[in-house]
Design a protein around this ligand. Structure first.
Ligand code: NI
Length: 184
């Protein structure tokens, strides 16, 4: 089932999301719905707060990029109760967008290397060192479960430049091809 994506202004996007337990009701279906929603919206990552749930569930699908980045062929993964333990490396700029901020794309600086802890779909715990594009996407998605969005990382000047678009979004004016749930 395709779920509407909550856009900027929705309070759930600003909550620190909670860990879940293996008995979370309907988890398998939720994960499958999140992948379907992500696929439909042509995104690479989706966090549960973006579909209105303040829980620490993230799906990432990099297979769509595998023509350019063959190392990500068939890369579709679920991250449950994820936490970034450590960041290192130089701050690198890269253009980012977000399904909850349709029409906004900005360069964001993030560390190139991270250490993360999470559980997979079967609640096995993993600790990994990650770099490259995956580290970028993970940091963006794991920000969502901390109540953060990529625009929080912008300079005051860049924030000023997108003020109008954000104000329009709060009034429910969004232009995108997927189903959204705006504040108004
Ligand atoms: Ni996002």
């Amino acid at each position: 089932m395709i779920l509407p994506i909550y856009t900027y202004g929705q309070p759930v996007l600003r909550k620190v999301a909670e860990d879940i337990t293996p008995d979370y009701p309907g988890l398998k279906e939720l994960i499958s719905n999140m992948f379907e929603t992500l696929d439909k919206a042509d995104g690479v990552g989706l966090a549960a707060p973006q579909i209105g749930l303040p829980i620490r569930v993230v799906v990432i699908d990099l297979d769509v990029l595998s023509e350019d980045l063959p190392e990500y062929k068939d890369f579709r993964k679920v991250y449950i109760n994820a936490h970034v333990l450590e960041t290192s490396g130089e701050m690198e700029p890269m253009d980012e967008g977000c399904l909850s901020l349709p029409g906004i794309h900005e360069s964001v600086k993030r560390p190139g290397h991270i250490r993360v802890r999470y559980m997979d779909e079967d609640f096995n715990e993993h600790e990994e060192e990650v770099e490259g594009y995956l580290a970028r996407v993970m940091q963006h998605e794991f920000d969502h479960i901390e109540g953060k969005m990529f625009i929080d990382h912008l300079s005051p000047l860049r924030k000023q430049m997108i003020k109008g678009k954000l104000a329009a979004m709060l009034k429910g004016k969004v232009n995108c091809s997927y189903k959204v749930r705006t504040l108004k």
